[in-house]
Design a protein around this ligand. Structure first.
Ligand SMILES: Cc1cc2nc3c(=O)[nH]c(=O)nc-3n(C[C@H](O)[C@H](O)[C@H](O)COP(=O)(O)OP(=O)(O)OC[C@H]3O[C@@H](n4cnc5c(N)ncnc54)[C@H](O)[C@@H]3O)c2cc1C
Length: 439
């Protein structure tokens, strides 16, 4: 209930801040209107600009704000709302060009006023940010350069569009009105930047961790074992994740998200199960014990602690088993006797990470396990192929409609399982999915 109220609170704050320029426009002496279409165009520009600044707040990973929804939902909102913003900001000049065709001359940056130039530069910077984000994978732009350009161009987009607004000055012609942009929206934007780039890294620097062990597991996975270095460490809920920085200072922003795979009941010892995939993850096996690391977190609501239920069904594919191991290990430490079902898909038996430990956990927990192998060994009597609705129907318990479902794995697997569950009458509210691609 408290979480839901916080959720509503942050939505109201977002709406209020988006609409705040309109309230301020109406305060004091109001300049004469310039016709419906011009006013509509200006309104869209104002709202778009207000939301652009709020985008920085959304990705500042401020826990008070992200915890009611889960950070993945907040990032998803950040992505979707950026399309609304570009629509509004593009509509602003387009409406003007149609309503007053002579304004098209503003596009000529060699002859146009500075006010118009700032507008064009702002629009181009914003278009770059959104285009690069939408098509990053298609253009094979790797994560690090994309992230740097995202930050720089996003900042430029804000600076240029604010300069445009102030230099046009129609509704922001008094010091009091400009203060709204400078103090309120500028303050939020600079505050979010300061929090992410300075305050948070400083806090992480004061609470370092040390690598205790790098343990190889099946399926090219390494369990990175970390211990707090000179402090008590952090508490987390089973299944949550952290951003890990290693070999770099927290100011470098070279960090990667990984889920805890260890039990939340063990103090001062944290495990992350990391699968070799790209530049960073392929080097995890070379990390030496004693290496300093920094953790930012915990984040996420992919945890049985946030979704109470008489029993749980876990559906894992590949390294998606990581956060689910955290929940199983925690359940064992808590002597949780609620019925659990694990349906775990993998390529073959050699890639079935934590397979032996899961088999042992069956003795400690009220746990039923179904392995699904794409490429089974000779004589395999278990399930084969993929997790289909038919397979789900065979293995889900009779009280399936009363349970909570946790899905983690490759995107196509999550989509297929979600669809399969819906076909079996399980509502999406009962289904929690952790997608390993926030960006
Ligand atoms: C919430 C969450 C939890 C995760 N938990 C685990 C886990 O427990 N175990 C595990 O092995 N993997 C996990 N991942 C995935 C892991 O973060 C990526 O595989 C890893 O960052 C890839 O880095 P790379 O340089 O090796 O690969 P690259 O080839 O550079 O990247 C592959 C893809 O991973 C994503 N990625 C790369 N760098 C980052 C970054 N710094 N931040 C965000 N995304 C990035 C991008 O979409 C990129 O296209 C998780 C991801 C998320 C979002």
């Amino acid at each position: 209930m408290r979480r839901a109220l916080y959720g509503v609170f942050w939505i109201l704050i977002f709406l209020l801040l988006t609409l705040s320029p309109f309230f301020v426009m109406m305060v004091g002496a109001v300049r004469p209107g310039r016709g419906f279409w011009t006013e509509l165009s200006v309104s869209l520009g104002f709202a778009g600009l207000a939301m652009m600044g709020l985008q920085f707040l959304l990705t500042a990973r401020y826990r008070g704000m992200t915890s009611p929804y889960g950070i993945d939902v907040v990032y998803h909102f950040h992505r979707q709302i950026s399309l609304v913003i570009i629509f509004m900001v593009l509509a602003h000049p387009l409406i003007l060009f149609i309503d007053r065709p002579n304004t098209i001359e503003y596009l000529n940056i060699f002859t146009a006023s500075w006010a118009a130039r700032f507008g064009v530069f702002g629009l181009l910077s914003l278009a770059f940010v959104i285009f690069a984000s939408l098509f990053r994978k298609q253009f094979r732009i790797t994560y690090e350069p994309w992230r740097i350009s995202h930050g720089i161009m996003g900042t430029l987009a804000i600076i240029f569009t604010r300069a445009h607004l102030v230099s046009v000055g129609y509704y922001a012609d008094t010091a009091a009105k400009q203060m709204v942009w400078v103090v309120l929206h500028g303050g939020i934007w600079v505050g979010a930047l300061l929090f992410v780039r300075v305050i948070k890294p400083l806090m992480m620097l004061r609470r370092p961790y040390k690598v205790d062990q790098v343990r190889p597991e099946k399926g090219n996975v390494y369990s990175l074992v970390l211990k707090p270095d000179g402090h008590k460490g952090m508490e987390f809920k089973p299944g949550q994740f952290v951003w890990l920085t290693i070999w770099n200072s927290p100011f470098s922003m070279k960090e990667h998200p990984f889920s805890f795979s260890s039990s939340a009941m063990v103090d001062g010892r944290y495990e992350l199960a990391i699968k070799e995939l790209g530049d960073f993850t392929s080097k995890v096996k070379t990390i030496k014990p004693g290496t300093k690391a920094y953790l930012d977190g915990p984040y996420g609501v992919f945890s049985m602690d946030y979704h109470h239920s008489p029993g749980y069904v876990f559906l894992a594919g590949g390294i998606g088993i990581g956060p689910i191991m955290s929940m199983l290990r925690t359940a064992k430490d808590r002597r949780d006797k609620r019925p659990l079902v694990l349906i775990y898909g993998s390529k073959n038996l050699d890639e079935l990470t934590f397979h032996e430990e899961i088999d042992r956990l069956k003795g400690d927990l009220n746990l039923r396990v179904v392995y699904v192998l794409e490429d089974p060994p000779e004589g395999w009597e278990g399930e084969t192929g993929y997790v289909t609705p038919e397979l789900l129907a065979r293995h889900l318990p009779e009280n399936r409609l009363d349970l909570e479902y946790f899905i983690c794995g490759p995107e196509p697997m999550i989509d297929a399982v979600e669809n399969g569950l819906v076909r079996l009458g399980i509502s999406l509210e009962q289904t929690q999915a952790e997608r390993f691609n926030l960006v």
